[in-house]
Design a protein around this ligand. Sequence first.
Ligand SMILES: Nc1ncnc2c1ncn2[C@@H]1O[C@H](COP(=O)(O)OP(=O)(O)O)[C@@H](O)[C@H]1O
Ligand SMILES: [Mg+2]
Length: 150
Amino acid sequence: MAEPLLCVEDLNAYYGGAHVLEKVSFEVADDQPVALIGRNGMGKTTLCAAIMGISPPHATGSIRFRGKELIGRPSYKIAKLGLGYVPQGRRLFPSLTVDEQRLDPRPRVRALPTPGRATPERRSTALRRRAADARNRPCAAAQSEALDHG
Ligand SMILES: Nc1ncnc2c1ncn2[C@@H]1O[C@H](COP(=O)(O)OP(=O)(O)O)[C@@H](O)[C@H]1O
Ligand SMILES: [Mg+2]
């Protein structure tokens, strides 16, 4: 049988001494949409953070993505494997479109312009805005307005 896209086995996650996820196991097949539903505080965000290698929490057990073990791997390497994460909250770049918010790290995807709209000029404007946003996040809205109006 083919390896599942994502395989979580006996995952435990801790914030210090607080044991938040206990022996979580599940599999996700390729091309299978999955929703994780639960009340506040049930551990949804903790699970996503553990999968993405975000610390805290401290995670033990096994999380395999396309057969590759993620536990112990830093987030940027997990992202390079092709696993993306859109965190809860409003930590978005106000000047970017929905498409541009999806910071897919894979060069193959990053190099692909949206058909019909990403001229080199537009792309450089988007990159300039992204750099401005990153430099000055709290003022990103104002920054983007300043760029818009010259
Ligand atoms: N940084 C943290 N430090 C300590 N405890 C945390 C932290 N983040 C979440 N928790 C606790 O872990 C449990 C699961 O939280 P969380 O994963 O955010 O749940 P959900 O996303 O389902 O609302 C909750 O009891 C929460 O209080
Ligand atoms: Mg949450």
